[in-house]
Design a protein around this ligand. Structure first.
Ligand code: FAD
Length: 296
């Protein structure tokens, strides 16, 4: 049996208390959210924090609501909570698409949205979904709160801009008319991490793509995004040919690595095909009700 090394344990009673504890115990302290990434890493001694600051009691971080034209998701919202939230699926179907294929019900009952983003695993599904949606992350520390875009949040594999004395508290996504989104993933088996996955969000102005967001995971895309493909789509006709070309561009600019989940050339193929499929489905969802090609 794998056993973590000795660790001190503190239970935070508020966000301010969590920040005070992180400040007191320094860089060797770690937030404990759902524990579904951190605890396995501690068992394998890949992570060896001196203190765990447990935020599971912070119900003020467990919410999903629409405020001021934005969907706001508390960092401690569980995967299952996001999947159950009709308001999330109504505005951003990509979030429900992604949540349906993340792990299994046990992991989804414990794992949190904030923990997934802060773990910054290069194969994390939600990192690609939030990159496609161009979400904003709210980070709180001793000096108050700050916001960063999803594209600035991850600085590398397992690294984010969140400082040791800070905490991710909320994710915000602006709700705009004419939008649709979708997520497409290929895994080796049900509930597994992706071999490759793509998320797309598009906002239409008639038959033109007014703006596009494309997120990629597990294929070595910088900041989990396909910026060059987005640039190509902005202002382009919303057609099958445009979506196929965007898929080709996305595949060209990512840097997949061969590993136990598959060879690099297969992952590059997935980046292309899944980007095109996600765009196609996002477009159908963005169409006004009753329009040709409109989708659920
Ligand atoms: C069997 C299994 C299968 C999985 N399959 C998938 C999958 O298919 N796709 C997928 O995307 N994920 C998958 N996961 C990961 C899952 O989504 C986890 O929930 C997620 O990685 C971490 O969330 P957590 O709340 O458990 O975080 P924790 O393990 O508690 O924390 C992870 C890291 O984030 C930090 N942290 C947590 N919350 C905050 C915060 N608010 N502010 C600052 N730092 C914070 C912690 O200190 C730690 O470093 C899987 C996990 C397991 C165990």
């Amino acid at each position: 049996m794998q056993v973590p090394a000795y660790v001190e344990y503190e239970k935070a009673t508020s966000v301010e208390h969590a920040i005070a504890l992180l400040t007191r115990f320094g860089p060797e302290a770690r937030i404990l959210a759902g524990g579904h990434s951190l605890i396995p890493m501690m068992k394998l001694r890949l992570a060896q924090p001196e203190t765990l600051v447990d935020i599971n009691g912070l119900s003020e971080l467990c919410y999903l609501s629409v405020i001021g034209g934005e969907l706001r998701i508390g960092a401690l919202a569980r995967h299952a909570q996001l999947l159950d939230a009709a308001v999330a699926g109504e505005h951003f179907a990509i979030l429900h698409d992604a949540e349906r294929v993340i792990a299994d019900p046990i992991v989804r009952n414990w794992g949190t949205v904030g923990g997934s983003l802060c773990q910054a695993d290069p194969s994390e599904d939600l990192s690609a979904a939030f990159a496609a949606l161009k979400a904003i992350m709210v980070i709180q520390g001793p000096g108050g709160s700050r916001t960063v875009s999803a594209r600035e949040f991850h600085t590398g594999p397992y690294e984010t801009v969140v400082a040791p004395d800070e905490l991710l508290t909320e994710i915000r996504i602006t709700i705009r008319p004419g939008g649709g989104s979708a997520y497409e993933k290929v895994g080796r088996r049900v509930g597994d991490w992706p071999v490759g996955a793509a998320g797309a969000a598009i906002w239409l102005d008639g038959e033109i793509v007014a703006e596009a967001g494309i997120g990629l995971t597990a294929v070595g895309a910088q900041h989990f995004a396909a910026a060059e493909a987005e640039e190509f789509l902005n202002g382009a006709p919303a057609t099958e040919a445009s979506f196929e070309q965007a898929g080709r561009i996305a595949a060209e600019h990512c840097r997949p690595a061969s590993d136990q989940r598959g060879p690099a050339d297969y992952k590059r193929h997935l980046a292309q095909e899944l980007t095109t499929r996600a765009l196609r489905r996002a477009w159908r969802r963005a169409r006004p009700p009753g329009a040709a090609g409109q989708d659920a």
